[in-house]
Design a protein around this ligand. Structure first.
Ligand code: AHG
Ligand code: MN
Ligand code: MN
Length: 349
């Protein structure tokens, strides 16, 4: 039985140049995870369910547990001194850690402290998502916005915690995806899923079909494809949508499947956040052999322009994502987004 702490140290020894800072940073995330997990398990007994009455910068009502998780991860990351700043879905701006250790450290963390937070009121799985980058601003100075606006392919590590029927932490440092399950009696995470591989094809599609009439035609066509009867390809597929990205992603990662949160008529850029949700999940799914795109191009190649940027998200088993992309290209080419920098590059070419 290998614990997460032991595994992190063992892997660090595979890289002679590693200084231990990333390992220490991952340990601080683990500590915050344990604290949040303890509180979530008490939901219904103590006053942590329900809304605060306050909205975050994205106009979403913050739940009490959103704030608790945000404060807990922020405090753990600041105390350990391995990051020079963080950005969070629940914070308007990025936060600078300006202690001496903070400014001299080389990493930043971006996070969705509690994903699917409205599910907590009804005892349904929620999660935490994190993404780690090496800073691009000079060490010894305060962190700057450019440290946070890096494309996903620059991620050093990413992971999530699913507070489900058991609590699991799944992460990658670019060398495969590994999952650890918490033994609640000891509060220890043990390696339970080493080197997770997502099946190339799956039988599950996950999308909020209540928005069907607002979907682009490419998505409507793909859904019809999923629902068609075709024995050789095991269709119709099964529809499963929990409404916590972490939980939907986790199931599809283990069993195969596709998760889609497309642009809709009312949310033309989709709902999910590029930096806190899509990039870390894209890193994980690619490391597991799957694919993540905005319907046309690789999520991790998108150049971010703002912290709370949203993006359409198609993620999961490679064959399924590619099929959905084909349909987007054929039936919804108008929803292809071209960023200003891409336009400029085309003009120069
Ligand atoms: P968050 O709780 O961090 O705001 O994220 C909620 C996200 C994601 O977890 C989920 O997949 C999606 O929103 C659900 O949105 P809909 O209710 O619109 O389907
Ligand atoms: Mn979320
Ligand atoms: Mn959240």
């Amino acid at each position: 039985m290998i614990t997460l702490g032991e595994y992190i140290i063992e892997k660090q020894q595979d890289f002679p140049e590693a200084s231990g800072e990333l390992s220490s940073l991952l340990s601080s995330i683990l500590l915050a995870t344990k604290v949040v997990n303890r509180e979530i398990n008490k939901a219904g007994l103590v006053d942590i369910i329900g809304a605060t009455g306050v909205e975050n910068i994205q106009g979403e009502v913050q739940q009490k547990m959103d704030l608790y998780a945000n404060e807990t991860f922020k405090a753990a990351l600041e105390a350990r001194g391995e990051v020079c700043g963080i950005a969070s879905e629940e914070e308007d701006e990025f936060i600078i850690f300006d202690s001496e250790r903070g400014v001299n450290s080389k990493y930043v963390v971006l996070m969705d402290p509690l994903d699917g937070s409205t599910n907590i009121d009804v005892n349904v799985s929620v999660g935490t998502i994190f993404s780690i980058y090496r800073r691009v601003s000079p060490q010894g100075k305060q962190t700057t916005l450019e440290d946070f606006l890096q494309p996903g392919h620059c991620q050093v590590a990413a992971g999530y915690v699913v507070y489900g029927s058991s609590t699991m932490l799944v992460y990658t440092t670019g060398h495969g995806v590994h999952g650890f399950t918490c033994d609640p009696s000891l509060g220890v995470f043990y390696l339970s899923h080493e080197n997770i591989r997502i099946p190339e094809s799956g039988q599950t599609y996950s999308i909020n079909e209540g928005n069907y009439l607002k979907f682009p035609d490419g998505v409507k066509k793909y859904l019809k494809f999923c629902q068609e009867i075709d024995q050789p390809t095991n269709r119709p597929y099964t529809s499963r949508y929990i409404g916590s990205l972490v939980s939907d992603f986790h199931r599809n990662l283990l069993k195969g499947g596709i998760y889609i949160y497309p642009s809709t008529a009312s949310t033309p850029k989709g709902k999910l956040r590029l930096l806190y949700e899509c990039n870390p999940m894209a890193f994980l799914v690619e490391q597991a052999g799957g694919k993540a795109s905005d319907g046309f191009k690789r999520i991790m190649d998108i150049e971010p322009t703002e912290l709370h940027q949203r993006v359409p998200f198609f993620c999961g088993s490679t064959n399924m994502v590619e099929k959905a992309e084909t349909m987007m290209e054929q039936y919804s080419p108008e929803s292809k987004t071209t960023t200003e920098s891409e336009k400029a590059k085309k003009l120069i070419a």
